[in-house]
Design a protein around this ligand. Sequence first.
Ligand code: AMP
Ligand code: ZN
Length: 118
Amino acid sequence: MDDCIFCKIARGEIGSKIIYENDNFFSIPDANPIVEGHTLIIPKKHFKTLLDMPSTLAGELFDCIKKTVEKIIKNINAGGSVGFNIVNNNFKAAGQVVNHLHFHIIPRRDGDGIKVIA
Ligand code: AMP
Ligand code: ZN
């Protein structure tokens, strides 16, 4: 997909700080973080939504999520227990803006007041 921003990052045409990567996924900081450590998990191939991703990639997806979370939680300053939400918007009606599958990792703390749609 020539004009897709996440495909451009995957191809190295737009620079970004890669936090973790495996054969089929990588993670980068969200450009507009809603909280420190807000990170995106992105497949290297262009899938529009979760429905387009082969289920055979699920293991690698979870590897990327888990290794990324371990890294970002270590990098967040101490002070209160840290948790995280995984958010995945599919299709416009659900708030998908970038039409290349991605998962938001949102670090959380007790009482941080962040509202995540569940
Ligand atoms: P959504 O499609 O609503 O799940 O969200 C798209 C997310 O991608 C937003 O949180 C944006 O801040 C983020 N985003 C858009 N362009 C970039 C980029 N070039 N690098 C990192 N994050 C981006
Ligand atoms: Zn793409």
